[in-house]
Design a protein around this ligand. Sequence first.
Ligand code: TXA
Ligand code: MG
Length: 303
Amino acid sequence: MISPINPGAEDISRAAALLRAGKLVAFPTETVYGLGASALESAAVRRIFEVKGRPANSPLIVHVDSVERVLDVVREWPAEAAVLAEKFWPGPLTLVLPKHARVPDEVTAGLDTVGVRIPAHSIALALLRAAGIPVAAPSANRFTQLSPTTAQHVREALGDAVDFILDGGACSVGIESTVLSLATGVPVLLRPGMISREQLEAVIGAIQTGGRPEDASAHNSPGQHPRHYQPRTRLVIATRDNLPPGNGAFVEMPRNAADYAASLYDTLHDMDAQHLDWIALHPVPETPEWDGVRDRLRRASAR
Ligand code: TXA
Ligand code: MG
C-alpha cells in the first residue's frame, strides 16, 4: 500500500497508528527513504532486519522530532551534541551517543550506543509527531543494494513486505546522513555525508576519521562495509577515453556536489534497469564537500 504523493493528515495518522501497532512504514527523509518501526519494540525492529536481509550486528538509526525526544533515547547529552544539534538539526547528521536503557538491544545490535537524528523533511516530522514514539529506520533497501530516493524505489525493492509507504517524492539530499560518534573521548566520523567534516570541525574542533573497512572499528559501523550501496550492474569510475569493453553507458553527472548527490541513486536505479554490462561515471574532486559522494562511489564500484 502506497500513499498518494505528498500525503495529507489522514494518511499520516494512519501511518503513525501502524507504527504504534508494531508495523513497518517506509517514509521519506531529506537523505533517503527509511524503513521505520517503533524503536521501543524488539519484535517490530526484528522485522526490519528480516525484510532487509540485514545482519543482526548492524545498528539502526533512531529518528525523533525534537531534542527533547532525543533525551528519551540517550543516556548522555554532551555539550558538543547540543551545539551540533542547534546548528545542523533538523538535518542529515546522525549522532552516536551512549544509549538509554529503554532502547532495546535489537536497535543497536547490542552496542551500548545509539545513533539518533532529527530528519529535515516535513512528512517525516509530521509522522514522528503523530506517532509520538522514536522510530528506528535504516534505508529502505535490501542489504548492500542501492538506497531508495523515491517511493517507487522502495516499492520495487521491498514490495508487500512493507505495511505502508508514504510518498514524499524525490529526496533532496540524496545520500545517507553523516554519522558522527560522540560516545568516546574524541569525536569520530563514522560515515561521511553532505554535512562535511570541515563543517563539523568548524563547530566542535578536531574530529577523527574512523570506521574504514580496514579498521577494527568497522565492526561498530557496518554501514562501512566496503561493498554497499551497489547497483546490480557493474559501476566503473572512469573518463570517457578509458571505458571498458562491452555494452555500457557513460553518464554525465552534475558538476557541484549537492546536485550530484541528489541525483546519484536515482541515476543508478535508472541505469540499472537497462541491462547494461557496465555504467561509467566520471571521477569526482578530492575536496571535502565531495567526501560523502566519493565514499558512496567507492563502495558502489567495489568488487
Ligand atoms: O540518512 C540516513 O541516515 C538514513 C535515513 C533513513 O535516516 N538512514 C540510514 O540508515 O542510512 P542505515 O541503517 O542504512 O545506516 C545506518 C548507519 C550505519 O553505517 C550504521 O553502522 C551507523 O549508522 N550506526 C547506527 N547506529 C550506530 C551505533 N550505535 N554505532 C555506530 N554506528 C552506528
Ligand atoms: Mg543503508
